[in-house]
Design a protein around this ligand. Structure first.
Ligand code: COA
Length: 445
């Protein structure tokens, strides 16, 4: 069998924008630098009144199917990954299929549909399910539609409010794909953690500082587990490292940890030693605290070196460009990072075919996963077809008062009657409630 991986990708952002430095920070009485420098975010996306996780997912999937000339008969599986579901029984994928059936002559009755949950890592897990389904030979020549869709809202005045966002990423997983193939090797770091959860509630309970540490700890385990199968890792082996990006400042921390971890005992550590010494080793210290302090100091010095700076500029920075403008999309976030990195490569004329990506996903609760991907010759055409820049530029910019209104509109416990800020055009929209409490949708031509 040829490789299996992502054949096509589409990104759909919520149509509203909140400028974090100009609008949100002053209203919160905070320094804009916390957003632009500390968290690395400029703006968040929000859904308009008629948008939600289903419309964003269906609109992304529709554009993908149109662009690839697909009909429902070409799709054997629809998996939606989300942590914003509004129903504990009926999966979002059924709503998405219902939407798509409005605009296609055929139906998706033959397609296996489901919904994946494990915080932000569920999108990657759905890709995994699609890969396994195809590799097991159960796909009957059909492709899988995997959609990661979320409205990442926090309770007002929760620290997480700084990192909100909303959008969907639709991906077609198939044999002999145009964009990337997946490695069979994958590494996991998984533990029962209580860093971020939604126990039957819409807005998360978050221990933000803890979630940062759990992200790093699980990621270190996943890197080790991956290296145990794929062999020693070297930064030069990977053109880019797309990380789960709840906010770019998180990736700044994860990248430093990952780099330090994988260059230990390599030629890179030796070359760096001339400038900043060898990495501290636990046996050189009397207590763990002393070791951790020395490691923190070493990491600070490492990130100031030219060698690290060059690696970061090539391998990490390009993957953050979309996240800076849209915020956290939970399940979609690492897939936005992959697309952003490839988009920057296209803009800079960098040839990526044959290059390896090291893709690092994370979900609170908590689990990290690392696998590698090989960029395929068709990557350029796929990435050229993205219209994410136009979508980002076309968003309606909210005032702070309007932001407060739209937060209420999407709060399940608040009844509000707010006019839409944008006009729907050639897209699926939320169209009210049905008699059993189901959400209804229609296509606006
Ligand atoms: N200029 C430059 N940097 C600034 C700044 C300024 N004026 N003000 C603050 N900062 C920096 C802080 O030093 C910090 O960076 P550091 O962590 O590297 O030290 C960063 O900006 C964030 O500021 P902080 O005060 O820690 O923000 P916070 O207490 O409001 O919380 C989160 C930040 C991420 C914990 C919070 O937004 C959150 O809970 N998010 C949701 C959970 C999440 O996304 N977890 C990630 C793992 S999935």
């Amino acid at each position: 069998m040829t490789g299996v991986g992502i054949d096509a990708i589409e990104i759909r952002t919520g149509k509203l924008k909140l400028d974090l430095a100009e609008t949100f920070a002053p209203a919160q009485g905070e320094d804009p630098g916390k957003y632009t420098k500390g968290l690395g975010l400029h703006a968040s996306s929000f859904p308009d009144v008629y948008e939600d996780i289903v419309t964003m997912a269906a609109n992304a999937a529709h554009r993908l199917m149109e662009r690839k000339g697909l009909t429902p008969d070409d799709i054997g599986r629809i998996d939606v990954a989300t942590e914003s579901a509004f129903d504990n029984s009926k999966p979002v994928s059924t709503y998405v299929a219902g939407c798509l059936e409005e605009v296609y002559d055929d139906d998706f009755h033959h397609a296996n549909k489901g919904e994946r949950k494990f915080a932000c890592i569920a999108g990657t897990q759905s890709l995994d399910d699609a890969f396994n389904w195809i590799r097991a030979g159960r796909n009957r020549g059909r492709a899988a539609l995997v959609i990661a869709t979320d409205t990442a809202l926090y309770a007002r005045d929760d620290p997480g409010e700084a990192t909100q966002g909303a959008g969907a990423v639709a991906m077609l997983v198939d044999e002999d794909p145009d964009l990337v193939t997946f490695s069979t090797e994958q590494g996991f770091g998984s533990a029962d953690e209580t860093d971020f959860l939604k126990p039957n509630q819409q807005f998360p309970s978050v221990d933000g500082k803890r979630s940062v540490n759990v992200y790093l700890a699980r990621m270190r385990e996943a890197l080790d587990d991956f290296a145990a199968q794929a062999g020693d890792l070297h930064p030069d082996d990977y053109a880019m490292v797309p990380f789960h990006t709840p906010f770019p400042g998180m990736v700044r921390k994860a990248a430093a940890l990952g780099y330090r971890h994988i260059v230990r005992d390599t030629d890179v550590e030796l070359a760096l030693a001339e400038e900043i010494g060898r990495q501290p080793r636990p046996e050189e210290f009397k207590t763990r605290e002393q070791y951790f302090d020395a490691m923190e100091e070493y990491t600070d010095e490492l990130t100031e070196t030219e060698r690290y700076g060059d690696w970061y500029a090539d391998s990490i920075e390009p993957t953050l460009s979309i996240a800076r403008e849209v915020g956290n999309w939970y399940t979609g976030s690492v897939h936005v990072a992959r697309a952003a990195g490839l988009k920057r490569s296209l803009e800079e004329g960098r040839e990526m075919a044959g290059e390896q990506l090291l893709v690092a996903s994370y979900g609170s609760g908590a689990q990290a996963e690392v696998h590698s991907e090989t960029v395929q010759p068709g990557w350029r055409e796929e990435i050229e077809a993205l219209n994410v820049d136009e979508q980002i530029d076309d968003r309606y910019e909210l005032s702070f008062e309007e932001y407060e209104q739209i937060h209420d509109v999407h709060n399940h416990d608040t009844e509000t009657d707010v006019e839409e800020f944008t006009a729907p055009d050639g897209e699926f929209v939320f169209d009210g409630w049905g008699r059993m409490g189901e959400r209804k949708y229609r296509y606006v031509r």
